[in-house]
Write a protein that binds this ligand. Structure first.
Ligand SMILES: NC(=O)c1ccc[n+]([C@@H]2O[C@H](COP(=O)([O-])OP(=O)(O)OC[C@H]3O[C@@H](n4cnc5c(N)ncnc54)[C@H](OP(=O)(O)O)[C@@H]3O)[C@@H](O)[C@H]2O)c1
Length: 226
């Protein structure tokens, strides 16, 4: 299959991209950090790097060149994201805008750029968070992050409705804590129950098969958070 993964320079996205290529899939790995992407590309010849800031830059041409070589995009995993950990009182409007840019606009821009290259069974998987899952426990300091992930979750429901006429499925996975740089920076010393490798394996499996069973769903993937 042909799979695009955003936020593939490190953490969960890196592992998803690597595991996908090791399973024989063509992968377009999207992120800003060219050096980290180069290290990933060196690991498997099925991986192509796309260095782009999804907030600031356009990527339609690059997507077109890649699909010209490999064919239609069968899976898009919108995994790129950022996290600001601050009390609501200290969180500025700019922080809110930055979080919405990083966690929603990145997915909006990449999805709009990729839609022309999707086929009738493409699966879009948006990587949301338990913080953005209605009814879950919430954590102090994550108001802007959680609100942005809640927006990504609802966007998933909206897109599944609009894109179903093209045969495109859209689901969101609302992840609980995963041991990555993002988590370590936000909560130093906290130990997550799941590694990036383990979560990536679940996400890849879901991205390849989940659309046969789900569409427009926001699925919690967490141990211990209702
Ligand atoms: N770790 C957790 O506990 C947890 C829990 C729930 C949800 N999640 C979600 O899971 C996803 C992956 O998280 P992670 O923990 O693996 O984080 P991470 O290690 O910080 O990785 C984030 C990735 O997003 C990329 N990225 C950020 N902004 C970008 C932009 N403007 N354009 C392109 N790429 C961008 C980063 O690459 P560059 O810096 O190279 O651009 C990086 O590859 C995120 O959406 C996160 O919110 C994580």
């Amino acid at each position: 299959m042909n799979i695009i993964v955003s936020g593939a320079s490190k953490g969960i996205g890196y592992e998803v991209a690597l595991q996908a290529a090791e399973s024989g899939h063509n992968v377009l790995a999207v992120a800003r950090n060219a050096e980290l992407l180069d290290l990933l590309v060196a690991k498997n010849e099925l991986i192509t790097a796309l260095k782009v800031d999804l907030i600031e830059e356009e990527c339609s041409q690059s997507i077109a060149s890649w699909t010209n070589k490999v064919g239609k995009v069968e899976v898009l995993i919108n995994n790129a994201g950022q996290l600001i950990n601050k009390s609501f009182i200290e969180t500025t409007v700019k922080d809110f805008k930055d979080q919405f840019n990083a966690n929603i606009i990145t997915a909006v821009k990449l999805t709009q750029a990729v839609i022309p290259f999707m086929n009738k069974s493409t699966h879009i998987v948006n990587i949301s968070s338990m913080g953005g899952f209605q009814g879950s426990s919430k954590y102090s300091g994550l108001s802007a992050y959680s609100a942005s992930k809640g927006g990504l979750s609802v966007l998933t429901e909206c897109l599944s409705e609009e894109l179903k006429e093209y045969g495109i499925s859209v689901n969101a996975l609302a992840l609980g804590a995963v041991q990555t740089e993002m988590l370590e920076n936000a909560f130093p010393g906290y130990s997550a129950p799941v590694s990036a490798e383990e979560m990536a394996s679940y996400i890849l499996d879901f991205a390849l098969k989940g659309h046969q069973f789900y569409n427009g769903q926001i699925l919690p993937v967490a141990i211990g958070n209702p």
